[in-house]
Design a protein around this ligand. Sequence first.
Ligand SMILES: CC(C)(COP(=O)(O)OP(=O)(O)OC[C@H]1O[C@@H](n2cnc3c(N)ncnc32)[C@H](O)[C@@H]1O)[C@@H](O)C(=O)NCCC(=O)NCCS
Ligand SMILES: Nc1ncnc2c1ncn2[C@@H]1O[C@H](COP(=O)(O)OP(=O)(O)OP(=O)(O)O)[C@@H](O)[C@H]1O
Length: 202
Amino acid sequence: MTAHGHTRVIGIIGPPCSGKSTVAQFLQSFGGVWLNADTIAKEQLLEPEVIDQLVAEFGDQILNSGGTLSRERIADLVFGESEASQTRLKKLESVVHPRTREVIREALAKAVADQAAYVILDVPLLLESGWQDECDEVWCLHVSPDRHQRLLDARGWDLAELKRREKRQLSWDEKQRRSDWVIENDGSVEDLRSKVRDRLER
Ligand SMILES: CC(C)(COP(=O)(O)OP(=O)(O)OC[C@H]1O[C@@H](n2cnc3c(N)ncnc32)[C@H](O)[C@@H]1O)[C@@H](O)C(=O)NCCC(=O)NCCS
Ligand SMILES: Nc1ncnc2c1ncn2[C@@H]1O[C@H](COP(=O)(O)OP(=O)(O)OP(=O)(O)O)[C@@H](O)[C@H]1O
């Protein structure tokens, strides 16, 4: 039994493009419920009251021609070096995080009530936003730099964009130090699946 009855709540962190979703899909196939904070946070940006709050704060420069929010323009405003960028990021988070937290809390409670085998808390800012306390364990993906570059290239992400965002996060050394298990993801997808399977059977 865990702190959540029969449900094992597993926090998953790791750089973008490091294999988190792949691990989450494995756990789903083993009976897990996958909660993806990035997806939930993006959904909040579609809510009219969020759009109104952010336009009031940042101006209508953040709107696409169709009246939806441009995540790219918001990213340019919040992931910069300046003090002003940091202030804007805090404002964005103050609007988005409480709503994201509420959605995750409700979904977590439902999964526990339904006695799901696992809940995967796929939250890039898991440590920064205090979700670690909800987890029975935290897994952190690690890939070698050249492997990571190849995975990023395949997705069309440049390293500069990644670094721009990671400046606002704990370092990956710190994240690995605070995790219960660091998953080396330098083999095949099958190797990754076997590692996860072995861990669950421990
Ligand atoms: C700034 C936004 C609009 C950019 O959207 P975009 O589609 O370009 O990126 P996406 O949301 O897919 O995020 C990609 C990665 O950026 C990093 N990132 C996102 N938000 C943040 C943040 N507030 N602080 C640090 N890193 C972040 C994460 O590693 C995330 O996995 C979006 O990231 C956002 O709304 N962020 C604030 C909400 C948040 O903190 N989300 C993270 C939930 S853990
Ligand atoms: N061991 C592996 N071998 C080959 N491809 C892999 C491996 N692990 C992950 N991938 C591939 O790399 C890409 C990124 O993986 P994934 O989407 O799981 O990363 P992620 O950390 O969830 O990314 P993001 O946080 O940006 O969503 C995917 O196309 C996935 O299929």
